[in-house]
Design a protein around this ligand. Structure first.
Ligand code: ADP
Length: 347
């Protein structure tokens, strides 16, 4: 998006599609993130006015080491740029560079019942995974609502796991409009969740207690990073948990982590060809893993090369983020002015 386009986007241009999405810098991005979100983000950012930001305030719920947070933040920027995000098409920036996110969040806290947050599935899950149940974690969905509403976002591309949070955002938009906006001049459009469900859950490299594949997730330590390479990548792929089937017997494709991962990379013809090999006596999991390894290397070869180039140009990456934030902030400020007026913070 050009600078003049961004400047012309008045808050009441809410009729057009405004795509908003946050990415957590809480660790290396993995294949689950790629197939479940990033790939669609990259497609969407060219089609609509779009704001993509690295949510470093959200990451404070799990990362409390300054060096690590800085590193993860820049890594996400590098990953997105390497995977094809074009900063001339949409804004890419860091959440904390637009302070209006947290300013709006405070106002929204006062419209949010605590009981609603306590029932949050994601909140309960994160506590179960061992995160501290602090106020940041509890209020996470409210900051997320502010992230979206501060741009008048109308479309939020998220995984199905985030649907409940978008419901909270929708309720907060309606509530704010009801409490503060006069008549038929609502401040916030009510955004729609755009559920990115064209890919089933990407399985990790291990199995759960009952021997079933489980979701690839940083918290389970069962990820394959998008930019893993060399021996590290090989070790992860060759170490994927499988059934123990003698080489002479056919291997089931159903419920097999390796085959599920292969399906993400292979077209129908290739999938059928490999499924056929699974039934042959001279084809084992080692062979399948080698095919998967080659597919991962091939799929991301270009992005990996681009990322290495970008690593040599940290100033360019910082410039992209700074310019993205400047553009985004112009729009955020417009919304914030209307909010301050509606709430009575200007006197
Ligand atoms: P993690 O579980 O590793 O902490 P996040 O919760 O940060 O991952 O994931 C961000 C987004 O990436 C999710 O909302 C979802 O869209 C996508 N995603 C993450 N893991 C997977 C997975 N295993 N399969 C499909 N999509 C996933």
């Amino acid at each position: 998006m050009s600078e003049s386009q961004a400047a012309q986007q008045a808050p009441d241009a809410a009729e057009s599609t405004v795509v908003v999405s946050g990415i957590q810098p809480s660790g290396a991005l993995h294949l689950g993130n790629y197939f479940g979100a990033i790939r669609q983000h990259i497609e969407l950012h060219r089609k609509h006015e779009a704001y993509f930001f690295i949510v470093n305030y959200h990451a404070l719920t799990s990362v409390q080491d300054a060096e690590v947070l800085r590193e993860h933040t820049l890594n996400v920027a590098l990953d997105y740029l390497a995977l094809g995000f074009d900063p001339d098409e949409a804004c890419l920036f860091v959440q904390s560079d637009v302070p209006e996110h947290t300013e709006l969040a405070w106002i929204l806290y006062n419209l949010t019942p605590v009981s609603r947050l306590e029932k949050g599935v994601s909140y309960k899950e994160k506590i179960a995974q061992g995160l501290a149940p602090n106020a940041g974690l509890l209020n996470y969905p409210v900051l997320q609502a502010a992230d979206i509403l501060i741009y008048g976002g109308t479309r939020v591309p998220v995984g199905a796991d985030q649907k409940q949070h978008i419901e909270i955002t929708r309720d907060l938009a309606r509530r704010f409009n009801r409490v503060y906006a006069e008549g038929d001049d609502p401040v916030f459009p009510v955004p729609e969740a755009h559920i990115l469900n064209d890919v089933a859950v990407v399985p990790g490299t291990d199995r759960d207690d009952q021997g079933r594949p489980r979701k690839m997730s940083k918290s389970y330590g069962n990820t394959i990073g998008i930019f893993d390479e060399g021996e590290a990548l090989k070790d992860k792929v060759m170490g994927i948990t499988t059934d123990s089937v003698p080489l002479a017997d056919p291997m089931p494709t159903e419920g097999d982590n390796v085959f599920s991962l292969i399906k993400l990379f292979a077209d129908d013809e290739k999938q059928n060809e490999i499924a056929e090999k699974y039934r042959h006596s001279d084809y084992g999991y080692g062979h399948a893993k080698k095919e998967l390894l080659a597919m991962i290397e091939d799929e991301f070869a270009e992005a990996r090369a681009r990322r290495k180039e970008l690593e040599q140009r940290p100033d360019y990456v910082r410039d992209v983020l700074r310019e993205g934030a400047q553009q985004a902030r112009r729009r955020a400020k417009r919304y914030m002015e209307r909010v301050r007026e509606a709430v009575g913070l200007n006197y």
